[in-house]
Ligand binder design. Structure first.
Ligand code: NAD
Length: 366
């Protein structure tokens, strides 16, 4: 059988981005050798470093290279050096450009509590947290109509209302259907529980989400579907996090809840993510954290969020499940052996090591 070959676009970005992507690339190379497939890596610039070199955060060559790849691995973009550049040229615009250009409409954020790190969780006596948040990424209030106008109305005391600002939450049936279907699909491959989070007691758009979910549910009879209002969900994530399996929700609710769920599992340095589009198109994989300019170049960056993002890349874009399992098991083993980067070190028994040594420990475990 001929060797499988995949093309991976790598965008190291700024700050700790190059450090953590270099760790993840070495881990990807190790598993590709172990499991007998070939990865071709092509590096591209985006974010602050692209502004410095090309004057724009997302050069055409970067987007084209990503479109032509099988999957994209991204570090992080941004930093204080570019905080004062024109808003239309901010490094973060590169992320929006990549999401739009690659048609990435679904954002997967696993919140997994590693048993070995349970003391890093702000919750007491928790274990077995394994939640997958599926967030709609290209619709809703962030992309709806925005604007301001001068109101001619008055408040009850007769004073002028002044300027009014508005942002519109709007979703089409088709947009909801494709993301809810993803939610069912992931739940079917996991613990078979899907929770749709919305605000259907108030919002018409949420009521449409429920109608669409009801329509799709019979296609997945093995998956149990329930609903939670977003305010209740934010409480239940603290109260009973271990009872959730897959959560599917809109862009803004997912933005907020995925940060909350991430926090209860410990450090931001452990959280991977994936952004996916239509089947067969390249997905983008990146750690949840930013470019951490405060620790860039010090060797303190935890590479595990990016290494776990690389495992997601193998699982969801390349279907190399065994290689993905192997990386996740290696991370778990290294934690079990007591190795920690500074951000997750909590006891005197921990062996605190730097980015490079942590990468080597994971490579040894592979
Ligand atoms: P941040 O995530 O970069 O850092 C927050 C804190 O967490 C810092 O104290 C940092 O040292 C620590 N931290 C983050 N990642 C870590 C890791 N892997 N190991 C150990 N510690 C880690 O968030 P911020 O400081 O708000 O943002 C810094 C820059 O990153 C900003 O320019 C922001 O716009 C950008 N940013 C980019 C992305 C992205 O590229 N996807 C996401 C968030 C923020």
């Amino acid at each position: 059988m001929s060797e499988k070959i995949y093309n991976i676009a790598v965008i190291p970005g700024d700050g700790i981005g190059p450090e953590v992507t270099s760790s993840a690339v070495s881990v990807l190379k190790a598993v590709s050798e172990k499991f007998g497939f070939k990865l071709n890596f092509s590096e591209y610039k985006a974010g602050g470093c692209a502004i410095d070199e090309f004057g724009i955060p997302l050069p055409e060559a970067t987007l084209e290279g990503c479109k032509a790849s099988d999957a994209v691995l991204l570090g992080a973009v941004g930093g204080p050096k570019w905080d004062k550049v024109d808003a239309s040229l901010r490094p973060e615009k590169a992320l929006l450009g990549l999401r739009a250009g690659l048609g990435l409409y679904s954002n997967l954020r696993p919140a997994l509590l590693f048993e070995e790190l349970s003391s890093a969780s702000p919750l007491k006596n928790v274990s077995n947290i394994d939640i997958l948040i599926v967030r709609e990424l290209t619709g809703g209030i962030y992309f709806g109509e925005h604007g301001r106008y001068m109101s001619e109305d008055v408040l009850s005391d007769g004073s002028s209302k002044g300027t009014v600002a508005f942002d519109t939450e709007s979703y089409s049936e088709a947009e909801i259907e494709r993301i809810v279907r993803e939610g069912f699909r992931y739940a079917a491959g996991r613990e078979k529980k899907l929770t749709l989070v919305d605000k259907a007691n108030v919002l018409e758009s949420s009521r449409l989400w429920r109608e669409v979910a009801e329509k799709i549910a019979p296609e997945y009879p093995e998956v149990s579907l329930d609903y939670l209002y977003v305010d209740n969900c934010s409480m239940q994530l603290i109260n009973r996090p271990e009872t959730f399996d897959v959560i599917v929700t809109s862009n803004m609710f997912g933005d907020i809840l995925s940060d909350e769920a991430g926090m209860i599992t410990g450090s931001i340095g452990m959280l991977p993510s994936a952004s996916l589009g239509a089947p067969g198109t390249p997905g983008m994989y990146e750690p949840v954290h930013g470019s951490a300019p405060d620790i860039a170049g010090t060797g303190k960056a935890n590479p595990m969020a990016t290494i776990l993002s690389a495992a997601m890349l193998l699982r969801w874009s390349l279907d190399e499940t065994k290689a993905a399992d192997c990386i996740e098991a290696a991370v778990k083993q290294v934690l079990k052996d007591g190795y920690r980067t500074a951000d997750i070190s909590s006891s005197h028994d921990d062996k605190t090591i730097n980015t490079e040594s942590m990468t080597l420990k994971i490579l040894e475990s592979i």
